[in-house]
Design a protein around this ligand. Sequence first.
Ligand code: NAD
Length: 437
Amino acid sequence: MSEPAIMPQPRPGIIRPDKDTFLAEQNPFEAMMERFDHAAQLLNLDRGLYKVLRNPEKQIIVSVPIVRDNGEVEVYTGYRVLYNTSRGPAKGGIRFDLNVTLEEVKALAAWMTWKCALVNIPFGGSKGGVVCDPAAMSMGELERVTRRYTASIIETLGPDSDVPAPDVNTNERVMAWIMDTYSMHKRHTVTAVVTGKPVEMGGSLGRREATGRGCMIVTREALARMGRSLKGARVAVQGFGNVGSVAAEFMAREGGLIVAVSDKSGGLTNPSGLDVADVQRWVQEHHRLAGYPKAEPITNQQLLICDCDVLVPAATENVITRKNAPQIKAKVICEGANGPTTAAADEILDKNSILVIPDILANAGGVTVSYFEWVQDRGGYFWDEETVNKRLESIMVRSFSDVMTWAERHKVSPRIASYMIAVDRVAGMHRLRGMYA
Ligand code: NAD
């Protein structure tokens, strides 16, 4: 991607006209960079730092060969990108998905950098992925892909250098294999090399629910600013995995009515509120939402524009675009997923006075408790769940308040305010450290 010849002038609230909107709606790295550029302009970031922060530190592409159960050799492509490590070890999940691309992994690694800086935890940002379809693989094949990928990127991994976590289609089982593979190479057990592990092997209580819990906390705070509460609020959730199903559960616990949920197989709606626990049980048994008998079917597109107060996109990138943004009825959008809204859609949502709680804030609960897990592993002393949840609550509430204060002070959206805070913190660290040459 080429760098702009000159830094464009600040245009608060307006996306840069010289960008190819179509490209930015397709390419998550471009979409992320739209927001970064905007924040950089408003911060008056100097040209040198602008160039440093616009480029990932390290991009690794590996071949991951395994022997499949039928005896044939298959070779998958794996990526790991370390975007910026100025504030601490890189931190970022690993996803296994057919749609993984280097551009996507770069965007996700950059988002991790801004996210960790925004909630002010001492990590940089990274991300990884393997282009594969776990649904078409046996448990043994998945384990072999995980271990071979881990071994291929082992030089970058480590509690002081790069710490993976679960993401789309990876879970605590996969984290346990990564921890074991790394530990076998190091010849001693290193629990702090990954987070999101099973609790029995050094995982943190509260980690599994942390991202969804964080979504609930910031949504509650956003509604409170409007003089409203989650009690009686109608909530639609796209994506019913780790983030979406837990966000739905916690919002329902606070009195929210979950009027629609969806996953890859389609969606469900019930205007009087779905029984989230019952839907979770169905998914546990059937591994998909489709076919759930106690609700009407709805498509993923219909879900995004359905009649609700709160919309939680918690599946994947670029689902809210300039095409469907004008029809969105929610008053608050809580971005459980990374990058669900394009920059062009942002402008429309802003005009329609919809409060978007941006991904780098809304889903930061996960990395925050990952940070707690890393601290606990390194200290060898484990906290009770109440302590974890109380500390998470305090970081999420403080970060939400910081973002709204910056947004008001600079008359920008919460998203641009979040980027401003994050970029300012990362740039500040670079200034303090100086340029090593
Ligand atoms: P997951 O694999 O547990 O669940 C993903 C869900 O989204 C599944 O229900 C899947 O069927 C659904 N989905 C996938 N593609 C879809 C599509 N095109 N349309 C509709 N539904 C679709 O993943 P997750 O961990 O819940 O992650 C979801 C999002 O949240 C990702 O963007 C991830 O990067 C982000 N995130 C996750 C965490 C975490 O702690 N797990 C933390 C921060 C951000």
